[in-house]
Structures are given as C-alpha cells and as structure tokens.
Design a protein around this ligand. Structure first.
Ligand code: HEM
Length: 354
C-alpha cells in the first residue's frame, strides 16, 4: 500500500473509533436545521409548553430533566420516550425514571402539533432539546440556540439507564465520573446541577439524610438545622416517601442562581447537591461560589454545558429515523396502526397516550 493508502486507512480507523464513542461530533447539528422544512417548529413547541405551564408550572423543570435523562443513555436520541413493547425494554422503568419522569404526555402533545404542521420532519430527540430550552426561558432561566438535526434511535436500554444516570446518594467522585463518561467536565457538572434550582424531589430520595444518614441514626451533618426541621415536616419519619419537596424553598419554579446560595447555606436538597459544596477540598466549591455570586457566569456555563450535553451521541443524516409517534419506533407504530387512540399507561407523569 502506498503512503496515500496508508493515510486513508488510518483516517478511516479514526472515524470508526470516534464513531463508537458515546460523545460524537456535532458537525451536522445546526440551529437553523428546520428553517426551510418546518420554520414554525420553535413557536409550536413553545405554545404547547406555555399553555401547560399555566396550570402546571413544575412541567418546565420536568421537561429540562427529560432532555438530560435522554442524553445520558444512548445519547440524545429520544430513547427515553420509547414505551415497553415486545422489542423494547423501556428506560421509563429504570430506577432513576420510574414514578419520577414527567412530561411524556406533553411531548406527545407537542409532537402531534408539530406533525400537523410538518409531518415526518422533526425528530422527537429535537423536540426534547427544544423543550428544555423553551422551558428554561419560560422559567426566566438561561437561553441558548439549540443545535438541531438529531434523528431518533431505534432502541432503548434500561440497564444502561440504571448505570449511566447519576443517583442522589453518589459521592462527588462518582458524579464526576458519570459526567466525564459523557464528555462533560467538572464545570459542566456544577452548572448542569444548577437545574435543581426548580422542580421537586420525592422524599424517598433524600429521607435518609433527615433521620438516619449513612446508618448513623442521625441526620446528615451537612444539612442546615432549620432546613432539616422544614424537610422533616414534609417527610415525616416512617411517613409517605411519596411526598414532594421543592428543590429551592424560596423560588421553587424559577430558574435562578439560588441553587448555589442554597448550597452555601447547607440547604442542598439531595446529598449529591450538597456534596458540590461540602466535600472538603473539592474543586467544585470555588465553582459554586462563583455561580452564587455571578448569575451571568452561571447562565453562560449552563448554556455551554447543556449545548454540549445535547450533542452527546447524536445520530444524524440517514441514521435512525424520524418517529411518527415518540413512544414507538416506526416499525412498531405501523403494527399498532389500527389503534387510533388508546391510553398506554395511566399513572400520573408516566402516562403516554396517543
Ligand atoms: C448531578 C447528578 C444528578 C442527580 C443525582 C440528580 C437526581 C435527581 C433526583 C433524585 C431528582 C428527583 C426525582 C424525583 O423525586 O422524582 C431530580 C430532579 C430533577 N433533576 Fe436532577 N439529578 C442530577 C442532575 C441533573 C441535571 C444535569 C439536570 C438538568 C440539566 C437535572 C434536572 C432536574 C430537574 C429539573 C428536576 C426536577 C424535575 C421535576 O420536578 O419534575 N438534574 N434529579
């Protein structure tokens, strides 16, 4: 083989190797991707979310989380939206998602509205990315231009959802590892965690901190004592762990920088939140201090990080497909073709009807 042949072979190998990594290049994503094919997509998505949020302001937080839970598992390919079927082991039943994910029905409503205007054009993965950005703005949070052109994946991976997504009891080192596995650095971790400035958490996910932290029989020492009493009222010992607490006690539905001042005041709701500030000697402490002092610095870092997150493992071009219905791959949906309207699941938040 001559030197040109060798170079070409080497380049091909690099492309193959990089293509296999979870975080891929975004060369083909572009904020104006739908400029000619679906110019109204942004306003259609916005209208649906704006209407829902009038009666359910928490939905803005839920939609931001949905994009995150999509991207960390098989990349941003809408795998999280696929319902259980003969061929799909749904991510919706993975531990971080079960009885917890919200917004699936809202995404379906958006998809229906978008399909009406421009059928078979806009992917569900792009709808998730747009929904996150629109939700952030509607909650007075950061704004960014959403790179578009993602395609929808053909499968889901529940066991990967169980391992790839971070848990509220993970130590800082594990959180960093989960993020670096996705190509996200420590600043991205601290900035993206700032999304816990709005929305709610079930008591079950932090109740051990209130009564029996690390089997000590005592509360988490990194928890402010007044805040501890407030949380104990919401989550009584031995009571229902299904109750909900606001991430931010002062502005629960607003996307602001309070998350970081809460951490400085030992008022992080989850162990994984407080660790960013209370892990001794951690490099995350100075980042928390910076974001707490400077809203612009936080918003800028959040924008950078969420754009980066939105590019994880994306499939573009002819890969995957544009789903007709976000809860089914097209092949499955064709089989369901005769059913026109059926409720697939009825539980609040986990419902996905079509
Ligand atoms: C750093 C690791 C993270 C952990 C351990 C974590 C864990 C959690 C947990 C346990 C909940 C409560 C779920 C429930 O009670 O049903 C939650 C909610 C939430 N998470 Fe995270 N999360 C992390 C990072 C992120 C990131 C990166 C984002 C987005 C960029 C995000 C956005 C949200 C939002 C907005 C909510 C509230 C959702 C709602 O009210 O419906 N989280 N998270």
């Amino acid at each position: 083989m001559n030197s040109f042949g060798l170079t070409l072979t080497a380049l091909c190998c690099i492309v193959v190797v990089l293509g296999g990594l979870p975080f891929s290049s975004d060369a083909q994503l572009d904020p104006s991707f739908y400029k000619n094919t679906c110019p109204k997509v942004h306003s259609i998505v916005r209208e649906v979310i704006r209407n829902v949020s009038k009666t359910d302001p928490r939905m803005l937080a839920s939609l931001v989380r949905l994009h995150f839970h999509d991207c960390f598992v098989l990349g941003c390919d809408a795998s999280v939206l696929l319902n259980k079927s003969d061929t799909i082991v749904t991510e919706q039943e993975a531990f971080p998602n079960i009885n917890s994910l919200r917004g699936l029905d809202v995404v379906n409503r958006i998809k229906t509205a978008v399909e009406k205007e421009c059928p078979d054009i806009v992917s569900c993965a792009d709808i998730l990315a747009l929904s996150a950005q629109i939700s952030s703005i509607l909650a007075d949070g950061p704004n960014w231009k959403v790179p578009l052109g993602r395609r929808d994946g053909l499968t889901a991976n529940q066991s990967l959802a169980n391992t790839a997504l971070p848990a509220p009891f993970h130590p800082l080192e594990t959180l960093k590892k989960k993020f670096s596995d996705q190509g996200l650095d420590t600043t991205d971790l601290v900035a993206l965690s700032g999304a816990h400035t709005f929305g709610r958490s079930h008591c079950s996910l932090f109740v051990d901190r209130l009564y029996n932290f690390s089997s000590t029989g005592k509360p988490d020492p990194t928890l402010n004592t007044t805040y501890l009493q407030e949380l104990r009222k919401i989550c009584p010992n031995g009571g229902s762990t299904n109750n909900l607490a606001n991430f931010d006690p002062t502005t629960p539905d607003k996307f602001d920088k309070n998350y970081y001042s809460n951490l400085q005041g030992k008022k992080g709701l989850l162990q994984s939140d407080q660790e960013l500030f209370s892990t001794s000697g951690a490099d995350t402490i100075s980042i928390v201090n910076k974001f707490s002092a400077d809203k612009n610095a936080f918003f800028e870092s959040f924008e950078t990080a969420i754009i980066k997150m939105g590019k994880i493992g994306v499939i573009t071009g002819n890969q995957g497909e544009i789903r007709k219905h976000c809860n089914f791959v097209n092949k499955e949906f064709a089989k369901l073709g005769l059913i026109t309207k059926a409720s697939v699941e009825s539980e609040e938040g986990m419902s996905s009807s079509f």
